[in-house]
Design a protein around this ligand. Structure first.
Ligand SMILES: NC(=O)c1ccc[n+]([C@@H]2O[C@H](COP(=O)([O-])OP(=O)(O)OC[C@H]3O[C@@H](n4cnc5c(N)ncnc54)[C@H](OP(=O)(O)O)[C@@H]3O)[C@@H](O)[C@H]2O)c1
Length: 219
């Protein structure tokens, strides 16, 4: 039987690169997304469903559907999330709330739903949780003032992944805290206005290279 991979954020840069690489490796893909039309880069060997990734009920009913045909999932990649600075929101409170939902809640509810539906088989599942190197920013970081919402959300993601790892519920928990990966959203967020310099993206890691590096460590 084919191996199965569940990916969130597959309509975006990093999640999309995971989907493509795993499809090429022969995985059957399970893709909960907000917008199915954005999956056109894949050849079609996937089962996608439009769901609300911030909602426990949506995830649980989707996973129940999957469980009726698959007893376990081999690999889970939680990449759905939003990369944005506070000044992209009306207030800092809104930035903190919205980035918490996109970056942390989507992962927390995905894991809670996996426990609920696939709890008996999670010891066969490797989970990759995408956080950010921003989780290590401290109060002295020069960009901190504009990054409060993003940094806070990623600190929660990294701490969550570390707690999960200690539980030994999954076969393996991989916490990924990448620096800059050249996705379209990163390119538009890391501009001169926000970081004070223009980056040469030719010298930064592409999503494809980043994903190959991560996958080579879990073979
Ligand atoms: N690229 C980098 O340099 C970098 C570095 C460190 C960490 N990260 C983190 O890695 C994650 C992925 O980054 P990326 O560059 O691939 O971003 P991206 O290209 O903007 O993709 C984000 C993906 O997440 C989905 N998403 C965002 N908010 C969501 C929500 N509230 N509910 C459901 N889905 C949601 C998007 O869905 P739609 O297509 O429907 O919008 C899209 O599929 C982000 O959390 C980002 O902060 C990125």
């Amino acid at each position: 039987m084919k191996k199965t991979a569940l990916i969130t954020g597959a309509t975006g840069g990093i999640g999309g690169a995971f989907a493509k690489a795993l499809e090429e490796q022969g995985y059957e893909l399970i893709l909960p997304v907000r917008n199915i039309a954005k999956l056109s880069q894949l050849s079609g060997n996937f089962f996608a469903k439009q769901i609300d990734l911030e909602s426990l009920d949506s995830f649980i009913s989707f996973f129940n559907e999957i469980k009726s045909v698959r007893r376990h999932i081999d690999l889970v990649v939680l990449s759905a999330g939003r990369f944005a600075w506070d000044n992209e929101f009306e207030t800092q409170e809104i930035a903190i709330e919205e980035l918490d939902k996109a970056n942390f809640q989507t992962k927390k509810v995905a894991v809670a739903s996996l426990r609920e539906v696939f709890g008996d088989t999670l010891n066969q599942t490797t989970i990759i949780i995408i956080s950010s190197h921003a989780a290590h920013f401290d109060e002295n970081h020069p960009f901190r003032a504009g990054e409060e919402g993003y940094v806070r959300s990623m600190i929660k993601v990294s701490e969550f992944a570390k707690r999960l790892d200690k539980e030994n519920l999954f076969k393996k928990v991989i916490l990924e805290e990448p620096g800059r990966v050249g996705t379209e959203s990163a390119k538009s967020s890391f501009n001169a206005q926000t970081i004070g310099e223009d980056l040469n993206w030719e010298q930064e890691m592409s999503p494809e290279t980043y994903v190959q590096n991560v996958l080579s460590n879990i073979a």
